[in-house]
Design a protein around this ligand. Structure first.
Ligand SMILES: Nc1nc2c(c(=O)[nH]1)N[C@H]1C(S)=C(S)[C@@H](COP(=O)(O)OP(=O)(O)OC[C@H]3O[C@@H](n4cnc5c(=O)[nH]c(N)nc54)[C@H](O)[C@@H]3O)O[C@H]1N2
Ligand SMILES: Nc1nc2c(c(=O)[nH]1)N[C@H]1C(S)=C(S)[C@@H](COP(=O)(O)OP(=O)(O)OC[C@H]3O[C@@H](n4cnc5c(=O)[nH]c(N)nc54)[C@H](O)[C@@H]3O)O[C@H]1N2
Ligand code: SF4
Ligand SMILES: [Mo]
Length: 727
């Protein structure tokens, strides 16, 4: 794939070797960029897969075209400040002064907690670490959280409670071909982590059975042996039903249960009193014989894996649903040995590292806890401050939006997210952001959120900014800079250091390079559960990434976890046996008779800020759509390709009908990649999982009706000439 969007930037010099990493999903495929054409004139950039232990040299269509957005003429090249309602070009000096004044006046008038910080899983480990430190020390606020709350929080809290630690995959990717049975629940790998599919194909060639649990017959389901087309939001019941079958059929591993786990007796008791499988089948909308078959396939296999992703997790009972699947893993002893384990398929490029080093409301680096006295004292010692300087725990991402709405948070600093599109119940979020005294957004583009900002700070892209990112396996990878910065854009970390300096905290942010930040991160994580102490840039350059935990006495983890013990103090894993109840927010009614679920398509990424600016990717999917079963479409007399209106209790959005038998009759599906009137989050509800605060994105009762008009054509936010690349 190639593009010729930009003349050769001047000043490419030695450090830029053209090797980089895809900015999108958690596989973090390595890329080699080359330039073709006449130097000094227009050149064509070509991206090819670079060999690496995880991606094995593959790239999907997004990776092949990622450079298109990074080279786009819509990149922000200089800071912007809102004056008389308009975002106007400003110098860095003016912008930095404005940011500093805003933070200072907010703190003086309302106290330090009136500032909020909102991060993202695309940030490198160094920037994510620094953002956490910036919130706590430079601003002194308790309010920081990040977009990973909407992504990994259910799997993370379930993994921590069950195993004592949360690392996305408890096995290596290279172990997948050795599994005899693989359950893929609510994950559409074929579209979302496409370069991993060969691992699963190899497993099948070795005789493995693959079971997919998804309301839609996805591309992943097409590559499976058994598809359970579940009713959205009922995974907890389905997994509990499977466990009942395993217990009844004697397909559990008593030895493993006795030696390595706690809490199984309650599970056995619950299974006895649990609803009969026929009732589970009716509740989940999946045939009883298919549930039984799936359980027996997994139970009889000598090795096996279970993987979940957002289909299971983005629910108001997402934490419990994951734990039900973990019960299956533990009851059959399928973890801690080759060909076995559990995997939460991490989403964003640094969705793993981004959740380890302090962007979360209750977290300090290395998975340390902000409420634990010893953890606070340790991190304070690394930071050279008294523990009292570190504020207490804040609240989750969506709850921050509620505080903004209530005017308790007055100034918000967003780095690496587009919350006005990606939050549930976005009309409330947008209303809240409009009430802020100040909104500061650091981004490469004028995203929908940046368009609302008072100050916009242009940042470097993945091609220009070096740093480490941790892939879905827990493998830490070094991404070197492949191109020089464009325009006046600056690195995220450099922006944080400068604002801290201007707030009088420069001595705590003395960093001149990403490597210096990483070295402090290593110390701060030392002895924590996500221990990076033994990882250095020098090693990362030499090796193909290093798995954590990697402390001072280890020469790099093996990647396979829990071989001898789990991470709880007693070394045991913990079953959970909550009563199974249907939460009321998922119930359909006469007014809202269909269930709306949502997710992704291959060519676009999240809120689309990047992929809509890549012509090749944009051409593949130019507007949103609603997958709907022919019988449901017939009832509302909607034809294929026509616009429909989707209403929920929260609000409405519009989409073109895509009539397909690959979806359940009671379910409709829309992608999440469009903003404005096409934004599925106009309809998603504000309810959160009480344990991990994950929104219930994936299950919203709705009404679909035909819409004879055409919704307003939503143009991407654009800047006037002068703000774009000089051609
Ligand atoms: N192309 C592409 N790839 C991406 C991304 C992207 O935006 N585009 N985003 C990245 C990120 S951040 C993430 S988090 C991951 C997400 O990766 P996935 O979680 O795999 O993606 P989704 O499409 O959100 O959801 C997966 C599947 O869950 C199904 N599903 C919906 N409701 C339910 C349910 O109640 N139960 C079950 N069992 N299944 C259900 C959907 O039909 C969908 O096929 O992808 C990453 N990779
Ligand atoms: N309905 C529904 N809603 C969802 C989901 C769903 O499945 N359904 N999924 C949820 C999930 S899993 C996720 S992860 C969230 C993601 O949602 P968002 O957090 O909104 O993610 P992005 O669209 O990637 O926005 C990232 C922004 O950061 C910018 N950016 C990229 N890299 C960098 C960088 O290095 N530095 C800086 N400063 N900026 C950068 C991009 O240009 C973009 O504007 O959405 C959630 N929302
Ligand atoms: S989007 Fe994911 S699978 Fe595709 S090239 Fe990028 S990192 Fe690899
Ligand atoms: Mo995500």
């Amino acid at each position: 794939m190639s593009s010729s969007l930009l003349g050769r930037p001047s000043g490419i010099s030695e450090p830029f070797g053209g090797r980089t990493q895809c900015p999108f999903c958690s596989v973090q495929c390595k890329i080699r960029l080359s330039e073709e054409g006449v130097p000094g004139e227009k050149v064509t950039i070509r991206a090819q897969g670079d060999d690496n232990a995880a991606s094995e040299g593959r790239l999907c269509v997004k990776g092949q075209n990622a450079h298109q957005h990074a080279l786009s003429r819509e990149r922000l090249l200089h800071p912007l400040i809102r004056r008389d309602g308009q975002l106007i070009r400003a110098s860095w000096e003016e912008a930095m002064q404005a940011v500093t004044d805003l933070f200072k006046s907010t703190a003086q008038r309302y106290g330090p907690d009136a500032a909020g910080v909102y991060g993202g899983g695309s940030l490198s480990n160094e920037s994510a670490y620094l953002l956490g430190k910036f919130a706590r020390l430079a601003l002194g606020t308790r309010y920081i959280d990040y977009n990973g709350r909407f992504c990994m929080s259910a799997a993370a809290s379930a993994g921590s409670k069950t195993f004592g630690v949360d690392r996305g995959l408890t096995f290596r990717l290279s172990d997948i071909p050795q599994a005899e049975c693989i359950i893929l629940a609510g994950t559409n790998l074929a579209d979302c982590q496409p370069t991993l599919m060969p691992y699963f194909n190899r497993a099948r060639e070795n005789g493995a059975s693959i079971i997919v649990i998804d309301p839609r017959a996805t591309a992943t389901a097409a590559a499976s042996d058994l598809h359970l087309p579940i009713r959205p939001g009922t995974d907890a019941a389905l997994a509990a039903g499977m466990l009942k079958v395993l217990i009844e059929e004697g397909l559990i591993d008593e030895k493993f249960i006795n030696e390595r786990t706690r809490g199984f007796e309650e599970i056995r008791e619950r299974a006895l009193g649990q609803m009969p499988l026929s009732q589970t089948a009716e509740f989940c909308g999946v045939r009883e014989d298919l549930i039984r078959r799936a359980a027996i396939m997994y139970g009889r296999a000598h090795t096996g894996m279970i993987m979940t992703a957002r289909g299971v997790e983005q629910q108001t009972d997402g934490h419990l649903a994951v734990r039900e699947f973990l019960n299956l893993v533990l009851a059959t002893g399928k973890i801690g040995r080759e060909g076995c384990g559990y995997g939460a398929i991490t989403g964003q490029g640094n969705g793993q590292g981004g959740r380890e080093h302090g962007q979360k409301a209750d977290q300090l680096p290395g998975y340390r806890s902000i409420t634990d006295q010893a953890d606070r004292a340790y991190v304070a010692s690394v930071w050279g401050v008294e523990p009292e300087r570190i504020p207490g725990a804040g609240v989750s991402a969506y709850e921050m939006m509620e505080l903004i709405h209530r005017r308790e948070i007055r100034t918000l600093f967003v780095m690496g997210s587009n919350p006005v599109v990606s939050n549930p119940n976005v009309s409330m979020v947008e209303e809240g952001l409009r009430k802020l005294d100040g909104l500061i957004v650091a981004d490469m583009f004028l995203s929908e959120t940046a368009e609302m900002a008072d100050i916009v700070l242009p940042v470097t892209s993945y091609m220009e900014n070096a740093g480490t990112l941790t892939n879905l396996e827990g493998r830490v990878l070094l991404r070197e800079a492949a191109r020089p910065s464009v325009g006046e854009s600056r690195h995220d970390w450099a922006i944080l250091c400068e604002v801290a300096e201007r707030l009088g905290r420069g001595s705590e942010f003395p960093f001149q390079s990403v490597e210096e930040i990483f070295d402090e991160l290593r110390l701060a994580s030392r002895g924590g559960r996500a221990d990076y102490y033994g990882i250095t840039y020098e090693r990362l350059r030499r090796e193909e990434g290093v798995y954590w935990p990697c402390g001072e006495d280890r020469d790099g983890g093996s990647g396979l976890m829990f071989e001898q013990s789990f991470a709880h103090a007693d070394g045991l894993a913990v079953f959970s046996a909550p009563p199974l109840v249907e939460t009321s927010d998922k119930a359909i009614s006469a007014a809202y008779p269909l269930i709306l679920t949502n997710g992704r398509v291959l060519a676009h990424y999240l809120t689309g800020v990047q992929t809509h600016r890549s012509p090749t990717l944009e051409a593949r999917e130019v507007a949103t759509f609603l997958e709907i079963h022919p019988s449901a479409a017939k009832r509302i007399r909607a034809r294929d390709g026509e616009w429909v209106q989707i209403d929920s209790e929260a609000g409405s959005f519009y989409a073109r009908c895509r009539i397909t038998e690959k979806i359940r009759e009671d379910t409709v599906f829309a992608p999440m990649h469009w903003g404005g009137q096409q934004n599925v989050n106009q309809a998603t509800l504000p309810g959160l999982d009480p344990i991990c605060k994950m929104p219930g994105f994936k299950t919203t009762p709705v009404r679909v009706s035909s819409y004879r008009g055409t919704p307003k054509k939503e143009a991407l936010p654009r800047l006037e000439a002068g703000s774009v690349f000089p051609v």
